[in-house]
Design a protein around this ligand. Structure first.
Ligand code: SF4
Ligand code: SF4
Length: 194
């Protein structure tokens, strides 16, 4: 059957009218910043103090785009007569974001919480070499990493926080003298460790 003359035009106009009344999905970037989820995979930050140069991230990276150099240093014994130990010292830590595919494996496998996602994404470059971010730049990204979500009110206090709090309380008691009142123990959630 032959199409009714003008039906195509009517269909087109119907589509135009329908979409005119819908909310637009066009992002006006860069005039307007997009609203991104806080855990967006934008760029990777390095918290160098936590890195033990275990090389796990570099070995697991599917793109081989993490470059780590280090050397060994001898640490004197902790007590007289003890044995000297050796430790790895980081010389270079770089990520080539021209190769990175943002899979997040490096962050997942790091056993020492040294790598984090930051939602920052505005680091496009005209020279591809500039996309290799060295340790200083990776450290700068750390300051853009959002704080972790708050714990559930009934959650057990993290062991690191509990240990730091007890140490601070002991120091405060020692500084205040033997007659100072003892700090009260915080409420321990039911079922948690005392
Ligand atoms: S996110 Fe994936 S590809 Fe990018 S550096 Fe980490 S492991 Fe490699
Ligand atoms: S896995 Fe973590 S601790 Fe090990 S080298 Fe990578 S960043 Fe450092």
């Amino acid at each position: 059957m032959a199409p009714i003359p003008g039906s195509g035009l009517a269909k087109g106009l119907a589509v135009t009218l329908r979409t005119m009344t819908r909310k637009t999905v066009t992002e006006q970037y860069p005039d307007a910043q997009p609203e991104l989820p806080p855990r967006t995979r934008g760029v990777i930050g390095l918290f160098e103090e936590n890195c033990t140069v275990c090389m796990l991230c570099a070995r697991e990276c599917p793109d081989w785009c993490i470059y780590i150099d280090s050397h060994k240093e001898t640490v004197p014994p902790a007590a007289p007569g003890g044995r000297e130990r050796s430790r790895n010292v980081l010389d270079r830590f770089a990520i080539d974001f021209a190769l990175c595919m943002y899979c997040g494996i490096c962050i997942e496998v790091c056993p020492f919480d040294a790598l984090f996602w930051s939602p920052e994404f505005e680091y496009a470059e005209t020279d591809i070499h500039e996309l290799t971010h060295e340790r200083d730049k990776l450290r700068e990204w750390m300051w853009t990493v959002p704080a972790p979500p708050a714990l559930d009110p009934a959650a057990e206090e993290p062991k690191e926080v509990a240990a730091a709090r007890k140490t601070a309380e002991k120091l405060a008691t020692a500084q205040a003298g033997p007659n100072a009142p003892q700090a009260a123990e915080p409420n321990t959630p039911q079922g948690g460790e005392s």
